[in-house]
Design a protein around this ligand. Structure first.
Ligand code: SF4
Length: 376
């Protein structure tokens, strides 16, 4: 296959759906006792809704939406920390667009900007570095967040700042790692997931080996999946075939882009600049050991946590917010009491409604008619 149309071919989809039906039948799953497959990545969640795959797959196959949206797992306290840095008069605070709308306990970065803080949206950390170069009397802070997918570009920007001797650039590092989080989900009580669609973009960087423990220790299959509808249906079938055979392996459906060994250059940059934190706080999932990174000592001068006094705020989510349960796959977004009512993309209460990769935003965009309007 060479062109994107081939990954959206209706005939190929029909064949795969028929195979899924047969496999589900052989596995004996039923709508009341479905097979639960978690798609770890928010990109997959949106593709599943965008192409209506949720409605096309057999009803005895249930998608469980995982924690792979980095904006969605940002705790409120971290947003408060961002606002505190952004309000400093010497600071130009830079970040990606969706992070600007995540609610903190008092306000979002967008609201801080409306109140006078110099908050600017950038498309890459290199944009922030260019701002630092153009504004030598100001301190430019880049809010670095995301999984291993975005870590390399941040690391390479820090190395570039060092090479070019730019001193007024720093990073507020909130990068996170996916593997300990999947482990936390697998360890959670009542975990009923039968298999995983693995995050294709993260795997492009880290390869497939870091996922091996899911098969060896937890006896669950994981298939690293691409993001087109045929990719997802094919990956589902690969998971089901393993279940039928009583196997648990890590397979790579996204081989056209994912090298099993990952990307050497990206991994070297990550290893050079970052080291694991002892623990990191996730929205709704609590503190997870070794699930985030910080900057290594030789790059301390580019570390916003060292440069500025960060309040390190810890705030519980509002009581009405059930983002944690959604992130763990315990409830569906529409089962949250405020979904589509107090919490909408225009007035988000939780981060899952903010990000374009959030499960709640996906349900709201593609399935709210079914879940709100018919319930009203
Ligand atoms: S509807 Fe809003 S508050 Fe409820 S889980 Fe989704 S994002 Fe969180």
């Amino acid at each position: 296959m060479k062109y994107v149309d081939e990954f959206r071919d209706p005939q190929a989809a029909r064949v795969l759906l028929r195979e899924l039906d047969l496999s589900i039948e052989r596995l004996g799953a039923t709508p009341s006792k479905p097979l639960q497959i978690m798609e770890v990545c928010g990109g997959h969640t949106h593709a599943i809704f965008r192409y209506a795959l949720k409605d096309l797959v057999p009803p005895a196959l249930e998608f469980v939406h995982g924690p792979g949206c980095p904006v969605c797992v940002l705790p409120m306290g971290r947003v408060d920390d961002c606002v505190a840095i952004a309000r400093r008069p010497e600071v130009i605070f830079t970040t990606f667009g969706d992070a600007m709308r995540v609610p903190g306990s008092q306000m979002s970065l967008l609201q801080a900007r409306a109140e006078g803080a110099d908050v600017r949206m950038v498309y890459s950390p290199l944009d922030a570095l260019a701002l630092a170069e153009a504004n030598p009397t100001r301190e430019v802070v880049f809010f670095g967040l995301g999984f291993e997918t975005t870590m390399p570009s941040t690391a390479l920007t820090v190395l570039d700042a060092e090479r070019r001797g730019i001193k007024n650039f720093s990073l507020f590092c909130n990068h996170i790692t996916i593997v300990p989080t999947i482990k936390a989900i697998l360890d959670s009580p009542g975990m009923g997931i039968h298999g995983f669609l693995g995050p294709g973009h993260v795997a492009m960087v880290i390869g497939t080996a870091p996922f091996e423990f899911i098969a060896t220790e937890y006896k669950r299959p994981l298939v690293v999946a691409g993001f087109e509808p045929i990719d997802i249906l094919h990956s589902l079938l690969m998971v089901l075939r393993q279940l039928e055979a009583g196997e648990a392996k890590i397979e790579n459906q996204y081989a056209r882009l994912v090298d099993p060994n990952g990307n050497r250059v990206a991994l070297e940059a990550i290893t050079r600049v970052f080291e694991l934190r002892e623990f990191f706080e996730w929205r709704g999932l609590g503190s997870i050991d070794h699930s985030g990174v910080r900057m290594r000592a030789p790059y301390a001068r580019f570390d916003a946590e060292k440069k500025f006094a960060i309040p390190n705020v810890r705030i519980a989510d509002p009581k009405s917010c059930q983002c944690g349960e959604v992130l763990k796959g315990a409830i569906k977004p529409f089962q949250c009491k405020v979904f589509g009512r107090a919490c909408t993309p225009q007035t988000p209460l939780g981060a899952l409604m903010v990000s374009s990769e959030g499960a709640c935003a996906a349900y709201y965009q593609y399935a709210r008619r079914a879940h709100i309007e018919t319930a009203a």
